[in-house]
Ligand binder design. Structure first.
Ligand code: ATR
Length: 275
């Protein structure tokens, strides 16, 4: 009998601080699955070779993080509809014929966290998304499927926001604008999806976007409040959160696609992030 654990990994650059290994190992313990989960650092230009090597050596699945989600989409032989529309893959699943299926669980992860943890329904709500890069592409379709009243994409480079509106236009009411020309709020939900904080830069947001009922959600997870979370607290909004819940939920969906079992994310959150 084969008692070797099935191999999984997260691949990205940088990767040292990824919490995916401890999350998936906990999920495996919860569900009684026998897996080994590693981190793989890929150099720019080295993604495809690293992925091939992993699967050729018997790997069963990969999580893909920045900056390789677009390359993972190109790599996958077949993709789920959500991944095709996003043009980005964060989960690769080895198939019996030796090929790989690509999926994107980011948007599902965000929605589950909004519903379960924050008890926020998107239907008929006004949404503002800050940023128009890969992170935004991954969450737009699942958000629009929930039928918001309006969705505004604000981006430093307005043309990128306009291109996303064009791409997803059929799915719901959307508009785009520059970061310094955002229509007044209050919005029900503001999602921060830029990488400005990685360069330690502030967005310079106005005070006209949030009210007491606004929920502010940063897709980044961090042990200390991010610049966007600090801005949100200054606006006196009641709900401000980082992306740790989304990280857990997208991981749980990947785990389900690989193993067919659903981990308990609430328990995992209590364990991995004590108050
Ligand atoms: P990701 O996959 O993380 O979304 P990306 O595709 O490079 O990465 O997108 C980064 C996003 O952060 C973009 O919306 C980018 O704005 P531009 O389209 O104008 O480049 C935004 N961003 C990065 N640095 C920023 C900054 N200093 N101020 C405002 N927006 C910033």
């Amino acid at each position: 009998m084969n008692t070797e654990p099935d191999r999984y990994a997260v691949i990205g650059n940088p990767i040292a601080h990824s919490r995916s290994p401890e999350i998936h190992q906990l999920f495996a313990d919860q569900t009684g699955e026998c897996i080994r989960y590693e981190k793989i650092l890929a150099e720019p230009g080295g993604f495809e070779a690293a992925v091939r090597q992993f699967f050729d050596a018997g790997g069963r699945g990969l999580n893909v993080t920045l900056p390789f989600k677009g390359e993972a989409f190109e790599f996958a032989a077949k993709c789920t509809d959500l991944a095709v529309h996003a043009g980005a893959v964060n989960t690769l699943i080895a198939q019996d014929d030796g090929s790989c299926l690509g999926a994107n669980t980011d948007g599902i992860g965000l929605l589950r966290d909004l519903k379960k943890t924050l008890r926020l329904s998107i239907q008929n709500k006004r949404l503002l998304i800050l940023g128009a890069g890969g992170a935004t592409r991954g969450i737009l379709e699942p958000l629009l499927q929930e039928k918001p009243l309006a969705l505004v994409i604000a981006n430093r480079t307005p043309e990128r926001g306009a291109a996303l509106v064009e791409h997803f236009r059929a799915l719901g009411p959307m508009q785009s604008c520059a970061l310094d020309a955002i229509p007044d709020g209050p919005y029900d939900l503001i999602v921060h999806a830029t990488s400005a904080a990685l360069q330690d830069q502030e967005l310079g947001l106005p005070d006209t976007l949030a009210g007491p009922g606004t929920c502010c959600y940063d897709l980044i997870y961090s042990d200390t409040p991010t610049p966007f979370m600090r801005w949100a607290k200054d606006q006196r909004v009641l709900q401000v959160t980082d992306g740790f819940g989304m990280l857990l939920e997208q991981a749980a969906e990947s785990f389900y696609l690989w193993r067919g079992k659903r981990p308990d994310t609430a328990m995992a959150c209590n364990y991995l992030r004590p108050p």
